[in-house]
Design a binder for this molecule. Sequence first.
Ligand SMILES: *Cc1c(COP(=O)(O)O)cnc(C)c1O
Length: 394
Amino acid sequence: MTLEQLDKTYVLQTYARDYTNFVEGKGSTLYDENGKDYIDFAAGIAVNSVGHGNEKLVHAICEQAKKIIHISNLQVIEPQAKLAQKMVELSGYDMGVFFANSGAEANEGAIKIARKYGETRFENKRYKVITLEHSFHGRTITTVKATGQESFHTPNFSPYPAGFSYEKSIADVYKAIDDETVAVLIELVQGEGGVQPFDKEEIQKLAAHLKERDVLLIVDEVQTGVYRTGEFLASNLYEIEPDIITLAKGLGGGVPIGAVMTTHKDVLSAGDHGSTFGGNYLSTAAGLAVLDILKPMYDSGAVDETIVYFSQKLKEIADKYGNLFEKEVGLGLMRGLRAKSAQIQTDVLKNAMHEGLVILKAGRNTVRFLPSITISREEIDEGFKRFETAISTL
Ligand SMILES: *Cc1c(COP(=O)(O)O)cnc(C)c1O
């Protein structure tokens, strides 16, 4: 059997898969089984924050694996405690951390914290969570329901939990709040929805209003977190103080990890929430290494320089190929080109793969770029060279 046949026979077919067989990666370059190289502008959907084969990360994982990979959360876990401390320090918020294994699970934890807050802190029960259209919050039954895209709420998986509603814009959130609303859950840059950042002042105004009303602000930073937007958290960039923040993708550099951070440290008590794997030795040792790699790059200005360089290159493309793209969108290393049609989006992705460049889709017509935070100038240059070749025939 070929690998494609093997996959199609034994793996449930839930993805529209490409069958390029990658066997190795170094930095932001991937190699397939035939030795062909690809520039990686996708980073495993914002997961490989420090690229492939990063020596520090690999070393930390190997050393930890030799000692202990996992015990249980019934014992204290040193790298978990240290990672929590580091995340809290880098965030600048007075928060506590719960570790899970994925973005959806982190959001589940956030919703549980909000629900208990709503149950225990008010005369009347508050349980409603407002989210936005075009949002994405995960694939569990609850986070699918929290996701503001009608197509996700198929009757195939119903009934869904009650209490979720969606607004078209930030401005619409205000009038949707009632005395049963416990939280507003948003991304600051909608990733899957089309790499759409919200206006900073508008977000700050909403954050202040929610604080006044004692409605929790939950920021889903599963994609925007861990320096993706140029700051440790997008919440830092937007200069707001959320009640709850969720993280996942970039935090473990590829090792599965999710996290909920909250200022409401006393809402959950023993037995309220848990995870067998969450925050184990291996994933938190990886998380510590990732932050040890990225923090000095942030401090030295290297992250900012990469962002400026990448966005200039992307802007040149957007200007030059006005026939294909409406505009450039996004911020930090979370960028997109709004294609003039869904067909262009599809063709660009297909051609790029052929030219040796891995990029992503977002929404119905956005070509998305999520390179590693550690991507080099040479890789950026080479990637855009290939991108231009890929689109030159369209
Ligand atoms: C990817 C993503 C999720 C879901 O994360 P999983 O690890 O796939 O469960 C949730 N929210 C946002 C904003 C995401 O980008």
